[in-house]
Design a protein around this ligand. Structure first.
Ligand code: FAD
Length: 477
């Protein structure tokens, strides 16, 4: 008789994460059911198993079955970049769009405590916050002039509805030292590498987070992460490459802030051929590719149409869209980058925060009569950055507000382009990242017109129209 199918959970309420990982690992050699294997385990046996197999023999994938949910509170947004710099994890963090920061919600870097530059840092960051808090009600008053009030909507409800719009505009003032909370779900294998990166970071705050996180993680996964440590390779590569990069002349002036640097010239043909390969019979990929290549442009267009016609708004394109790869270089404000970095299905290389690439001036700041104070404090933060940079480049990043620009290199595939443009081009997304999504869509549509035309962004807008509507100046120096 066929054995009965069983599908059930090994609940973390019953077993520790390390025991669950061992119960799954043992199925490789044992014919026993999972719950029987788990029932024979305890923390000590699980630890011995992991020491032997995961640590000793390097069977690291076993650690992926041990999952932790970590709450991190009052960490700087600068530190969050390292915390979230791990692709194989899930995060939710305090939003600069749905929450307002209080005046003292910032981190004073350990490196600065007692240093001659501490008062200047504290004063500048406090002034950024006070400008942020002063501008919000003024921007709200300006928004109230043209946002229609709903019938029967109370003043309180109306103001609550205006708040996100005002915060979206004023968030350009928030410095990287702003404190936030982030929840992270991560498996022990990814956590071990995350800890190496945290413990190897140049900032004292980030290293301290690494220590605390290792301590907290060891309460649930005592064996799997206990060898996580500062990594000499990471330190040496950072130091030697920073030195080498000084030989390259600066090229700060650039007429465009978005470039498609490289892409698979035959990316469309590869995607179409891969889809035919998937749904074909026993043809080789080369045969599918040659077939697509033999089609006229009109025939290729109708093949693309047949592939995309039934796709709904929330349907991901088929995985074969991943066969077209692109590399971009973009300059975006730090607020946009903070959202951009959350997209894990790409390779991203951001440069450190800087004041050298100027900052954006949102139109709402000017319209609300706040331009003078905005420019004054943004310039002052940029000037302090230069002073701090000469002393400690890593610490200098804390003072950079969200409105300053940053250069990012990234490689992604066409499937992720669809996802990114859908999510970040949507009309409810922040205007800074919408501008990036439309720039990307424009470049991709030129490179891959047959498939790019199916990118779903709201019609009738361009990155230029978004820029014209939302920015008084895109690059103030
Ligand atoms: C309206 C809106 C409000 C938001 N508010 C907040 C907020 O307040 N706080 C906040 O922190 N974030 C917020 N975000 C960010 C959002 O939750 C995403 O984390 C972020 O946009 C990255 O996109 P993504 O998760 O779709 O995945 P990407 O990293 O871009 O990955 C692409 C796709 O791969 C798949 N994928 C990737 N990783 C996993 C995984 N681990 N498990 C399963 N599938 C995976 C998913 O299908 C995903 O869509 C908001 C986004 C929107 C659109």
């Amino acid at each position: 008789m066929t054995k009965p199918r069983r599908i059930y959970l090994l609940s973390p309420k019953d077993y520790s994460p390390e025991t669950i990982a061992v119960a799954f690992a043992k199925t490789s050699r044992s014919p026993q059911p999972f719950d029987e294997i788990a029932a024979e385990l305890n923390d000590e046996r699980s630890a011995r198993f992991h020491e032997k197999w995961v640590v000793g023999y390097g069977h690291a994938s076993v650690a992926e079955h041990a999952v932790l949910h970590v709450a991190l509170e009052n960490v700087s947004r600068l530190a969050i970049e390292t915390i979230e710099g791990n692709r194989l994890a899930s995060y939710t963090e305090k939003s600069t769009r749905y929450q307002q920061w209080d005046a003292d919600d910032f981190y004073l870097p350990d490196e600065l405590a007692g240093h001659a530059l501490e008062p200047a840092f504290t004063r500048t960051v406090q002034d950024l916050f006070s400008t942020y808090l002063e501008c919000i009600p003024r921007v709200k008053t300006w928004l109230a002039e043209f946002v229609p009030r709903g019938e029967g909507e109370s003043q309180v409800a109306f103001e609550r509805r205006l708040a996100p719009g005002a915060v979206d505009i004023c968030r350009f003032l928030l410095p990287a030292a702003s404190l936030a909370n982030v929840g992270m779900t991560i498996n022990a294998r990814a956590l071990e590498y995350a800890l190496c990166k945290l413990l190897s970071a140049p900032l004292a705050e980030v290293r301290a987070i690494g220590e605390q996180l290792r301590e907290a993680g060891q309460m649930e996964t005592p064996t799997l992460i206990k060898y996580a440590a500062c990594n000499d390779y990471l330190l040496a590569a950072a130091e030697s490459m920073a030195q080498h990069s000084q030989r390259i002349p600066d090229a700060l002036e650039d007429s465009s802030d978005f470039h498609l640097m490289a892409y698979d010239a035959d990316g469309q043909a590869r995607v179409l051929a891969a889809v035919l390969f998937r749904f074909g019979h026993a043809q080789t990929f080369q045969a599918c590719y040659d077939y697509v290549d033999s089609l006229s442009p009109a025939e290729q267009a109708s093949l693309a149409e047949a592939l995309m016609a039934e796709r709904g708004k929330f349907d991901q394109p088929l995985r074969e869209f991943e066969y077209a790869q692109m590399t971009f270089e973009a300059v975006m404000d730090q607020g946009a980058y903070f959202e951009f970095k959350r997209h894990r299905m790409m390779t991203q290389t951001p440069q450190p925060l800087t004041a050298d690439l100027g900052f954006a001036l949102p139109a709402g700041i000017t319209a609300a009569g706040c331009e003078g104070q905005y420019l004054e404090i943004m310039h002052r933060a940029g000037a302090l950055y230069e002073v701090l940079y000469a002393w400690n480049p890593a610490v200098a990043s804390y003072v950079i507000p969200n409105g300053y620009h940053r250069r990012v290199l990234f490689t992604m595939n066409l499937r992720q382009v669809f996802h990114f443009c859908h999510l970040r081009g949507a009309s409810n997304a922040h205007f800074s990242i919408r501008r990036v999504a439309y720039q990307m869509a424009e470049a991709v549509t030129q490179a891959y017109p047959l498939l790019g035309k199916y990118l779903d962004l709201p019609a009738g807008e361009t990155w230029q129209s978004i820029e014209a509507q939302h920015f008084r100046a895109i690059n103030v120096r």
